[in-house]
Design a protein around this ligand. Structure first.
Ligand SMILES: Nc1ncnc2c1ncn2[C@@H]1O[C@H](COP(=O)(O)OP(=O)(O)O)[C@@H](O)[C@H]1O
Ligand SMILES: [Mg+2]
Length: 360
């Protein structure tokens, strides 16, 4: 699958933008704060309905405006599609495929599969578990519509349960009503736990292989899913933690507290890995994500590389570029140097400057 064209209206720093992408590598270069990441964010939004940065809808609307429009023309197995996203300040976003309004974001999935890669991903292992869960969710949501709707339902139920926990503090008689939310959390959450476990099982051998190549076979990498609780015990654990949850005023057990760990030669990368090892492990995970996505969707995803090339040494750059062959890629960088070192010929190059984009 690929993206042919992106049109923006009042999105971030763009009043209007109309840009076409070619099938190979598309390079966006320009100084800082010119709007390069914003373009990737718009593409990612069309693929996932989520911001690459985790921003809220209203934050993506151009300052002083009430709404923003993002339109993306795609092609999937040679069939053209049009995705429309309408961001509103205080209302739910509007979505349409080929001009037809859709109600649930899950319906959008599958039209455009985007994998983003930024320096934040390289530091994923040293950051908090939230980022690792985001990695799982963003990939799983794009390959599994049921996961996507279960995740939305889980998060909504979690918020409702947490609201109730706050009310219980003032009105303890409400305690008996919590089981309604518990049953729902278990229903949606169990799906998340199962799907995450399966995903890690599938990606495990690919990560190990990518990592072996990156380290010339010197180190063995293992990915381990660390669920906060197992599916079988989730309901019991919710019940057992009710006193604590009521005191804390939030739900302390469940897949919203899951994590994943990487082990190099048996040692946890997070605790024992050098910065270089953490970054190499994260790179292996990303490379594996691309390969697994290709297998799962029987198609090529679109790769969004945000400022990541300059963070990698020459060997790692080549490894990544190798993975990009026949995958449509949009790359951003501040200078051309890092890219010229790789493969500039035959690629589409744009300069991003002053809220506009120029073909080079
Ligand atoms: N909602 C918004 N409205 C207008 N401009 C915005 C908005 N959000 C961010 N920006 C502007 O976008 C620019 C940053 O864009 P970004 O894509 O991150 O830059 P780059 O990746 O080129 O460094 C900044 O100038 C910032 O002020
Ligand atoms: Mg940027």
């Amino acid at each position: 699958m690929r993206i042919k064209k992106l049109q923006l209206n009042n999105f971030r720093n763009y009043e209007t933008l109309d840009v076409s992408f070619s099938d190979g590598v598309n390079l966006l270069y320009g100084d800082n704060a010119q709007g390069k990441t914003n373009i990737l964010e718009a593409v990612f939004l069309a693929a996932t309905t989520k911001s690459i940065r985790g921003s809220k809808d209203r934050e993506m609307i151009r300052f002083g405006q009430e709404e923003a429009h993002i339109r993306v023309y795609t092609e999937k197995q040679d069939i053209p599609h049009k995705i429309d996203i309408h961001l509103k300040k205080n209302k739910k976003k509007g979505l349409a495929i080929d001009g037809i309004t859709i109600r649930r974001s899950a319906e959008l999935l599958g039209l455009l599969h985007a994998i983003s890669f930024s320096p934040d991903d390289l530091s994923m292992m040293k950051n908090g578990p939230e980022e690792r869960r985001r990695f799982l969710d963003l990939e799983l949501c794009q390959t599994d519509k049921i996961y996507c709707s279960n995740l939305a339902d889980y998060n909504r139920t979690l918020m409702q349960r947490n609201d109730l926990l706050k009310q219980i503090a003032a009105n303890p008689s409400l305690k008996s009503t919590i089981s309604v939310w518990d049953l729902q959390l278990v229903k949606y959450g169990s799906y998340l736990i199962r799907a995450r476990r399966k995903f890690i099982e599938e990606i495990l051998p690919i990560v190990a292989e990518k990592h072996a190549t990156l380290t010339e076979g010197k180190e063995a990498l293992k990915v381990v899913y660390e669920p906060n609780c197992s599916e079988e015990h989730f309901e019991d654990m919710l019940f057992q933690s009710l006193e604590r949850d009521t005191a804390l005023k939030f739900t302390s057990v469940g897949p919203h507290r899951d994590d994943l760990s990487l082990f190099i030669n048996g040692n946890n990368v997070r605790t024992y890995g050098s910065q270089g090892q953490q970054r190499t492990a994260a790179l292996a995970l990303k490379l594996a994500e691309i390969e697994l996505a290709r297998k799962t969707i029987h198609d090529t995803p679109v790769l969004l590389l945000d400022d990541v090339l300059s963070e990698l040494d020459r060997n790692r750059q080549l490894q990544l570029l190798n993975e990009m062959q026949d995958v449509q890629t949009i790359v951003t960088c501040t200078g051309m140097e890092e890219f010229v070192a790789c493969r500039p010929e035959g690629n589409t190059i744009y300069r991003v400057s002053g809220n506009q984009i120029y073909s080079v």
